[in-house]
Design a protein around this ligand. Structure first.
Ligand SMILES: Cc1ncc(C[n+]2csc(CCOP(=O)(O)OP(=O)(O)O)c2C)c(N)n1
Length: 552
């Protein structure tokens, strides 16, 4: 009988689970996996920093709702990917991290890239972390890791792979078949109570959160919102579940702050929502304290975390919507309520467009975002990094496809954008990807422009260059005083020259009238492109006013 290596078994098991691509950076500990990927046609996208490989696996998972896989070498490769692991953990992104590790036979010998307990480090920021110590156990444990990462609530897992386990030869063995798990459906009583609450509501809203996005409920959400006439707000991950131009789409959660006085929601159907940062914590600015909340969540820990609920339902969002749709109702006429939300949305856009209009440099960031949104094809995936940068984008972003807006989660780690964009672009080479970054955020992984160029990934990177860690500088000015700014300024670096040197199309943009043509030229170049756009540092995005008010 022929033999195979441990690395080969890892790759075959992943192949059987449907994995087509791995993001990683080489190290000798991983050599058997690299070689097996080569033999089995699993593509490896090699990045310039492990954190970008991790973020790329997240971006792939967030663009596709499938498992992302990242591999990093022992020691520093592992420590470099930790930010991605933490990000995936807090955002419930299904990523399998494979870490190389020193040979088991070299334990406690002060050998290379060893001496740290990678599993213990990963345990608090993963759903499951495990070191495989026997080559025969590889197929079973890799299959288990995939199942844990992809079953709800999804999340990251780590498999730690000692080099002698990966290199060991073993007789050919069977690879387990993947097991499909059926989603959790709600009980009938809960569905009837939810329908009653929604029927009796005068100003109901649906809030769609990460759980809604993960459940792939776009068809059911639209059908239910249309039939009941209930407007929908979404968190960032759920953006695009209901297309932004749908008459019932109100915007991202923060826009609910525009509903004031007697115009506030009275019943909220919270689908897969995780109350916290994006709902302004326990404050009642978005969801009034008097509102009755129907909270549908796959993870019972999320229900009642910050707010009391009228009805808690542990279930998959799509299953809940299917159950609601299965009992056709006579819905009250909500057209006045819907019209009010549409008017507020339109007024916000018109006011901002008017107030930020200017024809001379520096470019107002809101105008830059408006130009961006006008310049992208409807199926473009937008990745947004930076801080004020993404808050500005939130004012105007309109997407029509789930998974097409990828931005910050609870970790709030600036610098993830370039990696996420790599993952989103490889997930679907036909779709265009725009990566919007602050100048600070760009600096973390600007070498990934080289990855984009080497792999012919025509991502358009747009830098909002305000020569500052703007959110930090503004915070400092407000809290400590404008005269005490320290450590938060950046320079007017010629980032476009760096991009050109790495083989990208590049342009420096200082005037608003040049931005649309520059974006068009960037998309038309067929290459990765980088626009270094000089924008005004002074204005504060409206969402940040809301957040700062909360923290002051
Ligand atoms: C990895 C990381 N380091 C530091 C911070 C703290 N921080 C929050 S916002 C911010 C400024 C971001 O600047 P930039 O990327 O230029 O975006 P801008 O605010 O200018 O849009 C910093 C440093 C963070 N959130 N994440």
């Amino acid at each position: 009988m022929s033999t195979v290596t441990g690395g080969e078994l890892v790759v075959r098991t992943l192949g059987k689970a449907g994995v087509e691509r791995i993001f990683g950076l080489h190290g000798a500990h991983l050599e058997t996996i690299f070689q097996s990927c080569r033999s089995h046609g699993i593509a490896v996208l090699d990045t310039r920093h492990e954190v970008a490989a991790g973020h790329a696996a997240e971006g792939y998972a967030r663009a596709t709702r499938k498992l992302g896989v990242a591999m990093v070498t022992a020691g520093p490769g592992f420590t470099n990917v930790i930010t991605s692991m933490a990000n995936a953990y807090l955002d419930r992104t299904p990523v399998l991290y494979l870490s190389g590790a020193a040979a088991l036979r070299d334990a406690e010998t002060n050998t290379l890239q060893a001496g740290i307990d990678q599993v213990s480090i990963a345990r608090p920021i993963t759903k499951w972390a495990h070191q495989i110590t026997t080559v025969q156990q590889i197929p079973r444990l890799v299959a288990q890791a995939v199942r844990i990462a992809t079953s709800g609530p999804t999340g990251p897992v780590l498999l730690d792979l000692p080099s002698d386990v990966l290199g060991a030869q073993v007789e050919e063995m069977a690879i387990p078949e993947p097991i499909a798990l059926s989603p959790i459906a709600p009980g009938r009583e809960a569905v009837m109570r939810a329908l009653q609450l929604l029927r009796e509501a005068r100003r109901p809203v649906i809030m769609a959160g990460v759980g809604a996005w993960q459940s792939a409920c776009e068809r059911e959400l639209r059908e239910f919102a249309d039939s009941a006439g209930i407007p929908v707000f979404s968190d960032f991950q759920a953006h695009g579940l209901l297309p932004s131009d749908h008459p019932l789409y109100g915007g991202t959660f923060h826009k609910m702050a525009d509903l004031t006085g007697a115009e506030r929601p009275d019943v909220v159907l919270a689908l897969g929502v995780r109350f916290g940062l994006f709902t302004l914590g326990s404050s009642d600015r978005l969801v009034p304290s008097a509102a009755q909340i129907i909270h549908v969540e796959i993870d019972p820990k999320e229900i009642g975390r910050l707010r009391g609920v009228a009805l808690g339902v542990v279930a998959d969002s799509r299953e809940m919507l299917r159950a609601l749709l299965a009992s056709p109702q006579q819905w009250p006429d909500h057209s006045d309520w819907n019209n009010r939300i549409r008017t507020l949305k339109r007024t916000r856009l018109e006011t901002q467009t008017r107030e930020t209009l200017r024809s001379t440099p520096p470019i107002h960031p809101y105008q830059a975002m408006a130009a961006l949104v006008d310049s992208i094809e409807s199926n473009t995936t937008v990745v947004a990094d930076g801080a004020e940068t993404y808050h500005w984008l939130n004012e105007v972003i309109r997407q029509s496809r789930p998974g097409s807006y990828i931005t910050h989660g609870f970790l709030g780690a600036v610098g993830f954008g370039m990696g996420l964009a790599l993952g989103a672009q490889t997930a679907d080479p036909q779709r265009r990807v725009l990566c919007l970054v602050g100048d600070g955020a760009f600096g973390f992984t600007m070498a990934e422009l080289d990855t984009m160029a080497r792999h012919h990934l025509p991502i358009v990177v747009m830098i909002m260059n305000n020569r500052s860690w703007a959110a930090s500088q503004h915070f400092q000015e407000i809290v400590s005083g404008a005269e005490r700014v320290t450590g938060t300024r950046l320079s007017d670096a010629r980032y476009h020259d760096v991009a050109a040197a790495l083989g990208c199309h590049a342009q420096h943009v200082t005037r608003i009238e040049d931005l649309r043509p520059a974006l068009k030229a960037a998309f038309d170049s067929g290459k990765p492109a980088c626009l270094n756009v000089e924008v005004d540092l002074a204005p504060l995005p409206p969402e940040l006013h809301l957040l700062m008010a909360r923290h002051s």
